[in-house]
Design a protein. Sequence first.
Length: 604
Amino acid sequence: MAMRSHYCGLVTEALMGETVSLCGWVNRRRDHGGVIFIDLRDREGYVQVVCDPDRADMFAVAEDVRNEFCVQVKGVVRARPEGTANDNLKSGKIEVLCHELIVLNASVTPPFQLDDDNLSETTRLTHRVLDLRRPYMQNNLMLRYRVSMEVRKFLDANGFVDIETPMLTKSTPEGARDYLVPSRVHDGHFFALPQSPQLFKQLLMVAGFDRYYQITKCFRDEDLRADRQPEFTQIDIETSFLSEEEIRDMFQGMITTVFKNTIGVDLGEFPVMTYQEAMHLYGSDKPDLRVNLKFAEVTDVMADVDFKVFSGAATMKNGRVVALRVPGGSKETGGISRGEIDAYTEFVKIYGAKGLAYIRVNDLSKGRDGLQSPIVKNIHDKALNAVLERTGAQDGDLIFFGADKAKIVNDAIGALRIKIGHSEFGKKNGLFEKAWRPMWVVDFPMFEFDDEAQRYTATHHPFTAPKDGHEDWMVTAPEKCISKGYDMVLNGWEMGGGSVRIHRADVQQKVFDALKITPEEAQLKFGFLLDALQYGAPPHGGLAFGLDRIVTLMTGAESIRDVIAFPKTQRAQCLLTQAPSMVDEKQLRELHIRLRNVDLAKTA
């Protein structure tokens, strides 16, 4: 018999009476009055092994095995005794009566129990190999594999070709900081690790490979969050001769298929919302549609109120005043308490807000007397009536306000909207819907104005095409220019984004002019792309999905680190390998590098 005939978790009653050979790890050993039970584990799950003392040699081995020993078991599949089945396991109706038990490798005592749900992330990442044995991580990574396979099957069926692009490439200025790699051969020169294959996939379109994809690593040296890593995996896709709508339709189909075939979820409809509408209603370009709260715009009626926080914001350049109605938030029983309002006030300060004004709507029939708030006396009737009408306020509601520069209001009240919606109050009062809520956000502005640098920057990247007819605005009125950019959003996470690209050199030059990139600078940084566009470049576009984010959403994990085999911490460190690390002087000399002003004690 082979060393392994079946996976542990796949032994079922269909194998009743058969002799099987299993290999795996001892998850737990239990001694029940002379009979030893071993819960044997592999990547497919568990099976119960029964070691009877009638077989003395085998039983002596069983007495010595401990958790995480790697063993081989040979035995006969039989039904579990009546009343002892475990419906949570595929193998829950059977057990294996052990005839032969071989210890393939013993284990020292593990630093933690694999079924301990209260492990710190530091412990898990330091001992990542053991952490990966846990069923939670095994299931996550197996799901990641299935997602990748479904993506590949879909793209292959639709004529896409997997083509690799370089990992050592040229540093370009878009996006976050590059990770730089010094060249030993070319003194003083550096490669950059790719932030994305953006330029190369466009070159592949010019080269005639009209449907390209790859599932590839990308690198960005940026501040980290739960949904970011210095290296992450991107499903990168580009295609020629398809319109913006055709591209969206195709890859909506891909994501729908992947969710259906991997976790059995039907995502349903994908509403399409413009960037302007998303910011107007939710203050975010990736709104979580599960939260049933929306902004009400009241900037126009606050310009002449006595409350200077509101009137100042309403009259400043790029100022905004919004109201957020929380149904039932002011009820005497089950509403939002003053202590919770104070906590929310501190929360919005994280996003730059100076405070959080509110009105409790106690009894609309009493007019002003039915409204409870320190600010009511400083707001005239016209503005108050507009607030109540536009929010649709009812007795027992609570209305929060944001007033400041539009970006601060959008960030602060947008985050408050999510926090309230996901709170226990929000869930109890129907403000949160447990569902899958996908959407498209489209018609992004081409440019954003950087107040500090006093110039425009590209909203997506400088190769995004403008809407037809907007080309000339790039010179005369860049703020009006709308792009052919689009993002797919699911439950408040951006799953993927892309655009139709610029395929004409003259239009690309207008973008560079708007960004104040000189012809010399453009040629130096992007010359290979600009040259290629002159040789009959086809209309093309595409998008990139974050594989890590997709699997994180599917699993419900709180961080993408839980769906990556060997992730970095939020300080961009690998606790398993202790990377990054110092290198010896010989390696530095070969690269013509000398360290300056480095505190070796801090970096050790």
